[in-house]
Design a protein around this ligand. Sequence first.
Ligand SMILES: [Zn+2]
Length: 140
Amino acid sequence: MDIKKSVSIIKRKAKTRDVFELVDYFNIQVIDIDLGSSTLGMYKYIKRNKFIFLNTSLDDFQRRFVLAHELGHAVLHSNLNCFFLEKKTLYLKNKFEIEANKFAVELLVDDKDLKELEGYTINQAAAALNIPVDLLKYKF
Ligand SMILES: [Zn+2]
């Protein structure tokens, strides 16, 4: 599956790269809910409706990448029932989680953004882009 290509098609069709606008575009309900201390977010497919649950404990930047990750499941794995994003999941090697992470980083980080950060270490670039280092690694 060419995730980079899927993301660029989606951006072009939806005419936006904003993750909040994209969840609207795909008719996905976003629900803020207390998911406890280890779960960041969740994607669920219930009776042909798509839901993304976001933990109310997330800050604005976390919200953005968790939403992008769950949107990846909604788009790439839409009919699979349920995914949880645990804090540890960013490091997991599960095929679906890797695909969702790749989707998220392609959506949130444009190749142009990276060009501007040439010479930065991956840690510096992640800080500048406000995304987790482990997510940015998929770009390399
Ligand atoms: Zn996931």
